[in-house]
Design a protein around this ligand. Structure first.
Ligand SMILES: [Fe+2]
Length: 216
């Protein structure tokens, strides 16, 4: 049997401080919303898709406005990441891509279909989305899936639950976040890059930093 995609979920709903969702929502309201160009190397969008409309709270703003979340990434969440992985796990040393927020507002935004460059990704879902409301995170079973239609043909679908922290290896499973179906809905997820002993931060493609930050 072909080994399928798998992920680990930790339910932190009773562990996070009382107003964590409101604090993250306030930070997400300041997100940069625009069309982001497709990502070099990692994109698995159809060739006719050059831009994807979405929101991003950059790592520097997460660190400044949500210092407790930045700390969790480097401490408690790192410990949980270690539980989900058989080899030593490290947070990113480079603060530019350690932890960011991805934000979707209304029905026009989604997150780019891509593969990850890092061997372990953590996602903290910060909003709830009922079945049929859109916003699902979708992983292809076929590593060759080259657009969202191909991903959708054979996939694992994860519905976001606020306070659920998941870990996965997304290097060989193209994935994307579906659009929301209500114009008034908001989807927020904290995205964390982790590295491992056998796949350290030094493996991160230089071209990716150049694309995202304009320097190497
Ligand atoms: Fe990813």
């Amino acid at each position: 049997m072909r080994s399928g995609f798998r992920w680990t979920t930790f339910d932190l709903t009773s562990s996070l401080s009382g107003d964590w969702q409101q604090e993250i929502a306030a930070a997400a309201a300041e997100a940069e919303f625009r069309e982001f160009p497709r990502t070099p190397i990692l994109s698995r969008e159809s060739q006719d898709v050059q831009y994807i409309f979405r929101g991003r709270v950059h790592a520097s703003d997460v660190r400044r406005n949500l210092p407790w979340l930045y700390r969790l990434y480097r401490e408690d969440f790192l410990e949980l990441a270690q539980e989900a992985c058989a080899e030593p796990v490290m947070a990113a040393r480079d603060d530019r891509y350690g932890i960011v927020l991805n934000v979707q507002r209304g029905t026009e935004m989604r997150f780019e279909c891509h593969v990850d460059s890092n061997p372990l990704t953590g996602l903290l879902f910060c909003t709830d989305h009922l079945a049929g409301a859109g916003g699902e995170l979708v992983f292809a079973h076929d590593s060759a899936a080259a657009d969202i239609d191909a991903v959708d043909r054979d996939c694992s679908v994860i519905r976001p639950h606020a306070g659920h922290l998941i870990f996965f290896d997304g290097r060989d499973h193209p994935h994307y976040a579906r659009p929301l179906l209500s114009w008034s809905d908001v989807r927020i997820v904290a995205v964390m890059n982790f590295y491992t002993k056998s796949f350290p931060e030094s493996t991160r493609p230089q071209e990716l930093n150049h694309h995202l930050f304009g320097q190497r």
